[in-house]
Design a protein around this ligand. Sequence first.
Ligand code: WTA
Length: 630
Amino acid sequence: MEFNISSEEQYRSYYQKSIQDPATFWADIATNFKWKQKWDEVLDYDFSIPKITWFKNAKLNITENCLDRHLEQNGDKIAIIWEPNNPNEDSIKLSYKELHTKVCQFANVLKNNGAKKGDRICLYMPMVPELAIAVLACARIGAVHSVVFAGFSSKALASRIDDAKCNILLTADGAFRGTKTIDLITIANAALEMSSSIETTIVLQRIKSDIKLKKQQKWWHNEIRNVAITAEPEIMDAEDLLFILYTSGSTGKPKGMVHTSAGYMVNTAFTFQNVFQYNKGDIYWCTADIGWITGHSYIIYGPLLQGATTVMFEGIPTFPDGGRFWEVVAKHKVNLFYTAPTAIRALEKFPIEMVNKHDLSSLKVLGTVGEPINEEAWHWYDTHIGKGNCPIVDTWWQTETGAMMISSLAGITPQKPTFATLPMIGIQPVLMDDNGNEITKNPAEGRLAIKFPWPSMARTIYGNHKRYKDTYFSTYKNKYFTGDGALRDANGFYRITGRVDDVVIVSGHNLGTAPIENAINELSEIVESAVVGFPHNIKGNALYAYVILHDGINGNDSIRADINKLISKHIGPIAKCDKIQFVKGLPKTRSGKIMRRILRKIASKEMDNLGDISTLLNPDVVQSIIKGCL
Ligand code: WTA
């Protein structure tokens, strides 16, 4: 069976096959990879436990598929093009051969530092080639990588190190971000004070600071000196852990989503190939950070599995100016471009000359991910970036799903502005009504669930299988619950409408409101707080905090600043609140639960549409909040 889908008819026939006989279908797709040993059974699952096994007892190493497999025919082909934050610094190109060498070399560094199969290794790094190299080096030796986005605070980093009990930390002396430098090593050192499992830290010199390393900290450049440049890949079981990646939950601490080797490999490669309609020779650029799932699946694994050239960008869309993305597209002749709606909305505000002065004629396919795209941004992207000539794939998926779940295939299946459209091969989405029943008619609106396993789904939450079950498999029997709402049009096209739980997506980043409230509540002046999302014309959503102060304390901007400082300390600057309103009380149910629905409506200025508030414990408080908000 062809790995590439090249017509709508073929999409439909693959889809049917993948639903009617998933085991045969995926076994067929999986023959495109290199296995040390084939599987005994393609799929074994039970959502009620939940337990999911794909390619049972198969043996492989994903890096052999990302690297070694391409060496013979494509060793000199460019694997990674790295574009620095500062356009005056040289970009770096690594061929598959060079990347293979560097990965093997760093795999040996990790081993020399005591790392072995199954160890957890934390990466807190800038977007430099060494990050991709280190990720792959972990996978090469069977260590589990846990990449923490370099915008998180020391506390957030410490809690992730502790949760996964990582024994090695890979970090850098700093990171460049636009005109700023971020002092990663100081943040990492503060995290190390708060956590206990790290034995060794390896520090990359990125900003060339003259810091002194502490005991058990080593410079990256010293560690790679005189180290062998070959390393046999560790043989991994299909279900051995490949990585942990933390994502926010609606309550409590972040969830360490666990992804395993074989299913993740097959699914990320297959979706990369077909959604973008990748052709040999295409230059592909995904602007995400490797600290998020999009970077894992579609900067590193998906493209490298397919032998593509993947661009890695260290900087930000607005430095040195709002034309940087387009300058980089022209510079590297990017063909396939994948970004977030929040970036499109930010760049659309700049004079159109910023776009038009760059030659974008290399572009063939555009993509978006991370949040719903609004009509205006979609059309701007289509007209000004795609020049009306590039299909746009709006890809819906999650950290938990590992790979794209609902999306059109570029130029193959129909697109519809603001709609992710049709399920990927093997994906069985369903809409659920308020009573927990499946809605079968079209058009319809409901909560989005998935009723059958797919190869790249997360297998558990690290160290907390019960939470995995409660979060994803307890809302609806025998179904995975996504936490998103969606509507489906008469043609069966899906449009994702947003989260239906207490997660807010700000600039494409998932933020749970509970940890933000916990941070705010640490301030001694504060009794209680509630955080909700509200629409924002660039970020998609921004955060709105309602805060109750102790008697006798008056709210002012200095308290507001303290609140945001605390949030930055506990989580990171991405979680700062745009609006902070001091209130006398919060609307609560009779059982004492905060009615966030009402707070969301007020924050969104939908005051006429509050619904029935008479059952509240304290209906009067609503009017006073509205007054204070106007
Ligand atoms: C949202 C990112 C609308 C959604 C890959 C999901 C989207 C959450 C889209 C996961 C899209 C992602 N349209 N909403 N195309 N893609 N989302 O885990 O709410 O960072 O549940 O994974 O982003 O975010 P995460």
